[in-house]
Design a protein around this ligand. Structure first.
Ligand SMILES: [Zn+2]
Length: 306
């Protein structure tokens, strides 16, 4: 795989899945990653993570990109689509298979029930027509990293996750493999995303090590909760943000990032608001655990929760 050196010391990205319209949580990730990239004088890319065909909503990718444009968040390079990058993922998988770090697995979900779905050794008694490919996770695979917002993290991947899937039984590329290959191939130096992906990070670091790829820096933004205090899933389309009325949603995301609301109060259009945001943004104010209720964000009543 060719891994071009980044043209700048900082290259971030926003990588949504087209499983619905842009919602408050994804806008927070988009705006937060954009602000951190701009603050560092770096580049900001957008990648459409459309490898999970069964969960994809027709038209969602186009609507998400249109929404980003309406919010004034324009990527510095051409948007890439994971659905067009299968050859890159196949090459990485072939390397892992050839080195014995990945293996074909015929185990069914039911057969792994006794170990709560955690795979450490194959238990299949018969081959299946649609086997998966998994990463062979060493017993000693304990991954530690320092998240720029959430602080020191540690996961015993062997015990807590087990041998994880790289190529799914339904013939889709697994999220973990596609993300790791793309972040390296695109020269991403800084991964900024929602804290719901914090526990995926050790798997991605393990895959980077297996493939000999550089480890980017990580910053996981606070989660956004819905009106009932539950976290929004990536596929939750219940609270889409309104691209036709971008200022309230940008103000809500700004407040959820721990930034002072008054800094944006005078801005009456998107370019003015983004310029003010760039001037007043301070990454040290981003809270680790707080989250803003979506309902509150929509009414510009910025209630943050510890
Ligand atoms: Zn197996």
């Amino acid at each position: 795989m060719s891994t071009p050196a980044p043209a700048t010391p900082y290259r971030g990205r926003f990588a949504p899945s087209p499983t619905g319209d842009l919602h408050a949580g994804s806008l927070l990730a988009a705006f937060g990653s954009w602000l951190l990239a701009r603050h560092a004088g770096g580049e900001w890319l957008v990648r459409m993570e459309d490898v999970d065909a069964p969960r994809e909503v027709p038209g969602a990718a186009r609507r998400q990109l249109a929404a980003l444009a309406a919010f004034g968040l324009h990527p510095d390079r051409t948007v890439v689509f994971q659905s067009q990058r299968g050859a890159l993922y196949q090459a990485a998988l072939d390397r892992l298979l050839a080195s014995g770090q990945a293996f074909v697995c015929h185990c069914s979900r039911a057969a792994l029930g006794a170990t709560r779905g955690i795979h450490r050794t194959c238990v299949a008694t018969a081959p299946r027509a649609d086997p998966a490919v998994r990463l062979r996770v060493p017993d000693t695979a304990v991954i530690a990293f320092d998240d720029a917002i959430q602080g020191p993290q540690r996961q015993d991947v062997a015990r807590e996750v087990g041998d994880f899937v790289l190529r799914r039984a339904d013939d889709c590329w697994a999220y973990q493999l596609a993300v790791v290959v793309d972040d390296a191939e695109q020269g991403i130096t800084d991964v900024v995303r929602g804290a719901d992906l914090l526990d995926s990070t050790p798997r991605q670091i393990l895959l980077q090590q297996a493939l000999g790829l550089p480890r980017p820096r990580y910053a996981h933004l606070p989660l956004v909760l819905d009106a009932h205090g539950r976290k929004l899933s990536k596929s939750d389309a219940a609270h889409p943000v309104d691209p036709a009325d971008p200022l309230p949603a940008l103000r809500g995301a700004w407040a959820a990032l721990g930034q002072p609301p008054h800094a944006l109060s005078a801005a009456a259009d998107v370019p003015t608001m983004l310029a003010a945001a760039r001037t007043h943004f301070d990454p040290r104010r981003i809270p680790a655990g707080a989250a803003t209720k979506v309902a509150a964000m929509q009414h510009q009543n910025f209630t943050t929760r510890g």
